[in-house]
Design a protein around this ligand. Structure first.
Ligand code: NAG
Ligand code: NAG
Ligand code: NAG
Ligand code: NAG
Ligand code: NAG
Ligand code: NAG
Ligand code: NAG
Ligand code: NAG
Ligand code: NAG
Ligand code: NAG
Ligand code: NAG
Ligand code: NAG
Length: 671
């Protein structure tokens, strides 16, 4: 009897279900859900196309709202069948305004995605109690709040609240009840306090991102229970202590980032346990000791970044094992030399950063065969013999970025006409006190984009053929002993005029350090494409006039010609529409300041101090913002710049023997 009843019920249920599917179009959206969505909409400053009072009252037809038919069966107060909102897909719509509490009453919600908007306000606590919620993506908004201690999201598998204003403790308590969670991304918030125990209970976790918060303390050991963890990102916090051997338990790790913390002690020798590890970034910590043998034999690792630690010992890679290694960053450590000559045997190796390691050696002969090499930095590594170095490196046919700053002291720049660097895009050999000429062979490096030979003792003239380097957009020859005319051909550099050239970044993750000026002591690092088009010939002995054709350089941002012996008038220059810095100080320029300069809307640094200028100082446009120090030392100039604020002048005479740091433009330094 009971059995028969069961079958009847099942058939009836089947009918109901089918009927629901058939009717789903005609079902109205549930009135609770309608109210919840209207509440959400009311909180927004911007509307959502196709939503609201003028649209259909069937909220399930609104853009980004996905419903499913739903009926509460068997409950005594059975409601009418209706459509319930199960997904809200509103990512990347430029929505502005407050996050409404009412969203949390969408109790059938499985996916809530409002990522990449401008949504503010505090977090509705109840959102963390939605029993059916599987995916919650609030990333890239301006939401503030903390994760409730009693959070209960039993169905969740993807939770991303990165890049918001969340604060408080990191809330590993979410792992108590969310045992299915696979992706947890809390990065780029303001979480603080000690790294908590509790993540070990998120046993299905695959991606854990806590980077760029203010977490401190050492890692809780239960983190190392997470057998399925493949991405662990803890970078840019204040974590400390040694890295425990327990991490070797995480045999599925593919990516580890613990950079920019205060971890110390030895790197545990557990890398044989990682059968899938592709990338290890542990730069900018306080690790000591040798490179672990298991790491130097990893057949899977692709990117290894340990720069800026205190590690020592030799660099002894087993290239016949490290068959995937592509990118190697070991700079700023206390490793001892010589430069490992077996690197060319690592058959995928493209990027090598061994700067600021005291090698006291030459570039190994074997580098002649380094055909994969694309980016190399060895700045400040006590190298000698620049002729041999360039002779060897020119054989690396794929070399596109070469940084050799602060080496080869007082050697002579080779001008050997047989040198050829066909693939070169970035060349930085600054602060070496090199004598000799600007290498004429560089004119044949037709792909050159960025050239910095500043802070040397180079003499002679700039090769006229530099004017035909069609990709060159950053030229810094400042602080040398160059003389003669500034080649007129430089006013024809296409990148200074059009910049429609699509610069490709030679290789990601190879930042160049720059120092903005004397006062900002810190090093800033930048990607090549973020450098501003610059011509810096300051602190030399050029004697020409300033060519009127400079006025055509629409795309040039920085023009620094200070401390030369330039004469004649300042040309109109009104076409230099992108110019931000113009420094012509300490020359022998005469005539007046052309009034057309007031039309340079982006000009923020300007100096004509210490010349022989006369006439009146323009008072319009950006000239209202320049201090009087921009004009001093010109006997014939009259009128006062409109602000007389006592702006501290920047220290003008840099000290070449200390770290380079010229006047106003960016100086790529080392890497
Ligand atoms: C709604 O419709 C009325 C009349 O058609 C119109 O005046 C009003 O601007 C509309 N409101 C919105 C938000 O589109
Ligand atoms: C059913 O409805 C009545 C009156 O509307 C209400 O008092 C009662 O609490 C409801 N029961 C349930 C289980 O919702
Ligand atoms: C959320 O929406 C954005 C924009 O449509 C999309 O890129 C992102 O992958 C979505 N998030 C999830 C978890 O599906
Ligand atoms: C976890 O779930 C149980 C049962 O669903 C509930 O009683 C408990 O309060 C939840 N824990 C937290 C921390 O919310
Ligand atoms: C997780 O559960 C344990 C034991 O049930 C409890 O002691 C702890 O407070 C819970 N954590 C949170 C954050 O609720
Ligand atoms: C993990 O969850 C269990 C069961 O809820 C609990 O007893 C334990 O305290 C939790 N661990 C932590 C560190 O919260
Ligand atoms: C770990 O991943 C495997 C393979 O995907 C899966 O079978 C297993 O259930 C996962 N373990 C946990 C605890 O989720
Ligand atoms: C976490 O979020 C950040 C910022 O939104 C993103 O860059 C990162 O890739 C995410 N991490 C994971 C593991 O998805
Ligand atoms: C390694 O993982 C196992 C199983 O999850 C766990 O029992 C053990 O405690 C872990 N070892 C360490 C050192 O964390
Ligand atoms: C080097 O690491 C320290 C922390 O250990 C950090 O403060 C500093 O900014 C890092 N320097 C560079 C150039 O990355
Ligand atoms: C790094 O460690 C050394 C010795 O282990 C210590 O003297 C130094 O203060 C530490 N540096 C930082 C930034 O923690
Ligand atoms: C540039 O290359 C051409 C042939 O490709 C060669 O004849 C010429 O000498 C080279 N010029 C310099 C300055 O190296």
């Amino acid at each position: 009897m009971g059995f028969a009843y069961f079958w009847v019920l099942l058939i009836l249920l089947g009918f109901c279900f089918q009927a629901k599917i058939l009717n789903s179009q005609s079902l109205a959206c549930n009135s609770n859900d309608l109210r919840a969505l209207e509440g959400f909409l009311n909180g927004l400053e911007s509307g959502i196309d196709g939503w609201g009072s003028n649209s259909s009252s069937d909220c399930c037809s609104w853009d980004g709202v996905i419903c499913e038919p739903w009926q509460s069966l068997g409950v005594e107060n059975s409601t009418l069948p209706s459509n319930r909102v199960v997904r809200l897909e509103l990512g990347r719509r430029r929505l502005k305004g407050k996050l409404s509490e009412s969203l949390a009453s969408l109790d059938q919600l499985r996916i809530l995605n409002i990522s990449n908007n401008f949504i503010r306000g505090s977090l509705p606590i109840k959102l963390f109690h939605l029993q059916n919620l599987e995916v919650l993506d609030l990333s890239y908004n301006e939401i503030a709040g903390s994760i409730p201690v009693d959070a209960n999201l039993p169905s969740i598998w993807f939770l991303d609240i990165s890049e918001n204003y969340f604060w408080g403790s990191i809330g590993a308590g979410i792992c108590n009840n969310s045992t299915r969670i696979r992706v947890l991304n809390l990065s780029l918030n303001y979480f603080s306090g000690k790294f908590p125990a509790g993540f070990g209970n998120c046993s299905s976790l695959e991606h854990l991102s806590l980077n760029s918060n203010h977490l401190s303390g050492s890692l809780a050991e239960d983190l190392f229970w997470l057998q399925n963890l493949s991405r662990l990102n803890l970078g840019d916090n204040r974590l400390s202590g040694p890295l425990s051997m327990g991490i070797g338990n995480l045999s599925n790790l593919v990516q580890i980032d613990i950079s920019l913390n205060a971890f110390s002690g030895f790197l545990p020798d557990v890398f044989l346990a990682f059968g899938k590890l592709q990338s290890l970034s542990a730069h900018s910590n306080n690790f000591t000791g040798c490179l672990p043998v298991s790491l130097l034999n990893s057949p899977t690792i692709y990117m290894l970044n340990l720069r800026n630690n205190s590690m020592d010992g030799p660099i002894d890679l087993n290239c016949s094992a490290m068959v995937r290694l592509t990118s190697l960053h070991l700079s700023s450590n206390q490793f001892h030399g010589p430069i490992p000559d077996n690197l060319p045997l690592c058959r995928e190796l493209k990027t090598v950063n061994l700067a600021r390691i005291n090698f006291s050696s030459q570039i190994p002969e074997s580098f002649k065969n380094f055909q994969t090499l694309s980016c190399l930095s060895l700045s400040n590594s006590s190298l000698h013999n620049i002729s041999a170095a360039l002779g060897i490196l020119q054989q690396c046919r794929n070399l596109s970025t070469l940084v050799l700053t602060m080496n080869f002291y007082e050697e002579e720049m080779p001008s050997d006409l047989t040198l050829q660097f066909e693939s070169l895009e970035v060349l930085i050999i600054a602060n070496c006190k090199l004598t000799g000429l600007i290498p004429p062979w560089l004119s044949n490096s037709t792909k050159l984009q960025l050239l910095d030979l500043s802070w040397n003792h180079l003499s002679g003239t700039i090769p006229v053929r530099f004017g035909s380097l069609e990709f060159l957009f950053y030229l810094d020859l400042s602080n040398n002993s160059l003389s003669g005319e500034i080649p007129r051909s430089l006013t024809q550099l296409p990148s200074f005029i059009y910049r429609d050239i699509l610069l490709k970044e030679p290789i990601a993750d190879f930042p160049l350090f720059v120092r903005r000026n004397q006062i900002a002591m810190g090093l800033q690092y930048n990607k090549v494409w973020s450098f501003r088009p610059t011509l810096d010939l300051s602190y030399n002995m050029f004697t020409s006039i300033i060519w009127p054709e400079f006025g055509n350089l629409k795309q040039l941002h920085v023009l620094d010609l200070q401390m030369n012996n330039l004469s004649g008038p300042i040309p109109m220059l009104s076409g230099m529409r992108s110019l931000e810095t113009l420094d012509l100080s300490h020359n022998s320029l005469s005539g007046t300041i052309p009034r057309s300069l007031v039309n340079l809307n982006f000009l923020s640094k300007f100096s004509v101090a210490y010349n022989h200028l006369s006439g009146s100082i323009p008072l319009e446009g950006q000239f209202q913002t320049f201090p009087s120090s921009s004009f001093e030392g010109n006997k014939g100039l009259c009128g006062e710049p409109s602000i007389l604020a006592q702006v501290e002048p920047e220290a003008t005479i840099p000290e070449p023997s200390i770290a380079p740091g010229p006047s106003s433009s960016s100086l790529p330094l080392k890497l």
